[in-house]
Design a protein around this ligand. Structure first.
Ligand SMILES: Cc1ncc(COP(=O)(O)O)c(C=O)c1O
Length: 379
């Protein structure tokens, strides 16, 4: 496996030694649960979790109480639907208009589309220009706006602040939800500049571990009902459900939204991942190199612009899964298929594509070898 060329960081990033060391150290020497014990071990873990939350908050220019740990972007987007909908009263989204776009990953759009299917809300589309970027002009009026800050197929940063400002002109109360799963890898995020209500990303794509995500909430106390219930999120219960007079008092945010034991090992590796990524953003000259070299091959049809953060293409006369299998057999790891982004593939008029993405650890040598392999398969 040592000859593998890993060019699939947009699916999941490789881990730095610092992340692995932080997690191993925790598991070997410091392990305990958080938020439950008062012994020295347990309060040390509480401090480590608080430190990770502060590090994330600084990373996106937020306050620690606005940071909720989830299990990933998918989890965050699904949870936001329920939080907005007020899972206790279930009235929040009824008869509302939700704006999504063809750039969305299934994780961002399906949770809302399924509500649409059940006739709870209406779905409208954010317009795109001829380069598949979201347009700030001619936005339909919406109550909820789901924005993919960077598509995992097109790899271009969207004007999130402009889109939010434009949507607010149509409806000052619009709730804005940003999927930053790809954007966060390549760009600094400032949630205050975006002025979004919610934002999600996955830890594993920024070089931390799987099973952890971040959900930013601008006004955590605005959302009266949490969407998950269990240990650690409740401060007081009075009365009894048997007697129909039960009353719950939730903890304040973020604990209110973090029922149950958190993915502690992953959280403790997170600050190291943020430090590593901040100092070693992926080198996008590698993508430009591949663009310049592969665009010379008439059978390779590149879909993404030269300055995208990834390279998406298809091969004339070859099924994309055959292409993936052939380069894979030669040691090249890339992604083929619809990338869980059916709508943009439909808009592009192709069933599937191949995607090359680079991470912090990739070098020019990796992409030169990758181009050799691709050229040997596509003659
Ligand atoms: C833009 C985008 N949104 C959401 C997701 C879902 O992320 P996860 O599978 O980590 O929940 C991905 C993953 O590929 C993505 O690229």
């Amino acid at each position: 496996m040592n000859n593998i060329i890993y060019l699939d960081s947009a699916a999941s990033a490789l881990k730095s030694e610092s992340v692995i060391a932080a997690e191993c150290d925790f598991l070997r020497h410091n392990y305990a649960n958080a938020g439950r014990g008062i012994c020295a071990r347990a309060s040390n873990v509480d401090d480590m979790v608080a430190n990770a939350r502060e590090r994330v908050a600084r990373f996106i220019n937020a306050r620690p109480d606005q940071i909720v740990f989830t299990s990933g972007t998918t989890d965050g987007m699904n949870r936001i639907v329920h939080i907005i909908n007020d899972c206790v009263c279930g009235t929040g989204i009824k008869n509302k208009t939700v704006m999504v776009s063809d750039l969305d990953h299934h994780s961002a759009r399906l949770p809302f589309e399924l509500l649409y299917d059940s006739d709870l809300c209406k779905i409208v589309l954010c317009p795109m220009d001829d380069k598949y970027n979201l347009m700030c002009s001619d936005l339909p009026c919406a109550d909820v706006f789901v924005i993919t800050a960077m598509s995992n197929v097109m790899g271009m940063a969207q004007d999130v602040a402009g889109l939010i400002a434009a949507a607010r002109k149509k409806n000052p109360d619009v709730i804005t939800v940003v999927d930053a799963a790809q954007y966060v890898v390549h760009n600094e995020i400032d949630v205050q500049k975006w002025d979004c209500d919610f934002m999600c990303f996955s830890a594993h794509k920024i070089g931390a571990d799987t099973g952890l995500g971040i959900m930013y909430m601008k006004n955590p106390e605005r959302w009266v009902s949490p969407d998950k219930f269990g240990g650690g999120m409740i401060s007081k219960i009075t009365g009894s459900a048997v007697e129909h007079n039960v009353m719950f008092q939730w903890e304040s945010a973020p604990a209110k939204f973090e029922a149950g034991t958190l993915p502690l090992t992953q959280i403790i590796g997170l600050p190291a991942a943020i430090d590593y990524l901040s100092a070693n953003r992926p080198n996008l000259d590698l993508i430009k190199y591949l663009y310049d070299r592969l665009s010379k091959n008439p059978r390779i049809k590149i879909i993404t612009p030269r300055d995208a953060t990834l390279l998406t293409f298809y091969v004339d006369g070859m099924h994309i899964l055959d292409f993936g299998a052939l380069v894979g057999a030669r040691g090249l790891c890339l992604r083929v298929g619809n990338m869980c982004a059916s709508w943009i593939h439909r808009a592009l008029g192709v069933a599937g594509t191949a995607r090359i993405s680079v991470g912090s650890m990739n070098t020019m040598n990796d992409v030169m070898r990758a181009a050799d392999i691709i050229e040997s398969v596509v003659k």
